[in-house]
Design a protein around this ligand. Structure first.
Ligand SMILES: Nc1ncnc2c1ncn2[C@@H]1O[C@H](COP(=O)(O)OP(=O)(O)OP(=O)(O)O)[C@@H](O)[C@H]1O
Ligand SMILES: [Mg+2]
Length: 218
């Protein structure tokens, strides 16, 4: 894309509060009239400048590359433009609802979450920030977003994804074992290696202070 186009889409950003989302690291803005969003990683002043540029560039690159590769396997927003130098990714707007915003009513969607996560893992990639803030429910389907920390991985990485998600489900959505089992059903249908991962999840969960009381994987 030319710098003209780049400049024009910066000017077209709508700055109204509900058209802008701030995640931990990025700002995501709605691109006027185009059904697209722009995700940009602004400078973090607490990091040394050179290191900061390196991290932002690397995460932008990883996110764009992995999303491109994973689109055959899981539901993702289509990427339409990447500008590593400006730490920017332009992608399809998923005009749906963040799974986090479903609150205590995630039972209906959780099996599909499991299936999508299973497929991602079966394709050899761990998300590495698997919370319900990084999933969108649109037209009766689950889409995964936010691949800035994602990486090629194996059983340990996949089990850690599940641990993080299970903790998020309990803390944010007040879920019970029933809901977890629905997730597991979906996960099994997405990942043929599910048994290995669930076994490892039990090991990973019994380590350290994050153990989820009373939960077990059947
Ligand atoms: N394609 C999209 N369509 C609609 N909304 C999106 C899209 N991508 C991101 N969002 C919204 O913007 C928020 C922040 O995006 P994202 O999770 O990718 O950034 P982040 O958490 O800051 O990223 P990172 O951790 O990679 O720096 C999301 O929680 C979601 O609400
Ligand atoms: Mg996020």
């Amino acid at each position: 894309m030319s710098s003209m186009r780049m400049a024009s889409f910066i000017w077209e950003w709508i700055d109204l509060k509900n058209h802008e989302r701030r995640g931990a690291e990025a700002v995501v803005k709605l691109l006027h009239d185009e059904n697209k969003v722009v995700k940009i990683r602004p400078q973090k002043k607490y990091r040394a400048e050179e290191l900061d540029r390196k991290i932002r560039k690397e995460r932008t690159r990883t996110e764009a590359r992995l999303m491109e590769k994973m689109k055959r396997f899981v539901n993702l927003p289509k990427i339409t433009y990447v500008d590593e130098k400006n730490f920017t990714i332009e992608m399809e707007l998923l005009d749906g609802k963040l799974v986090k915003e479903l609150g205590e009513t995630i039972d209906e969607v959780i099996q599909q979450v499991g299936e999508q996560v299973g497929k991602l893992h079966a394709a050899g990639v761990a998300h590495n920030d698997l919370t319900t803030s990084n999933m969108i429910w649109k037209d009766d389907e689950i889409f995964l977003i936010d691949f800035g920390l994602a990486a090629r991985s194996k059983t340990e990485g996949f089990a850690t994804d599940l641990k993080v998600l299970r903790e998020c489900m309990v803390a944010t959505h007040k879920t019970t074992e029933d809901t977890w089992q629905r997730f597991v059903e979906g996960y099994k249908s997405g990942n043929p290696e599910w048994e290995l991962v669930l076994k490892r999840l039990e090991k990973v969960s019994s380590r350290g202070r994050y153990k989820v009381k009373g939960s077990s994987v059947k």
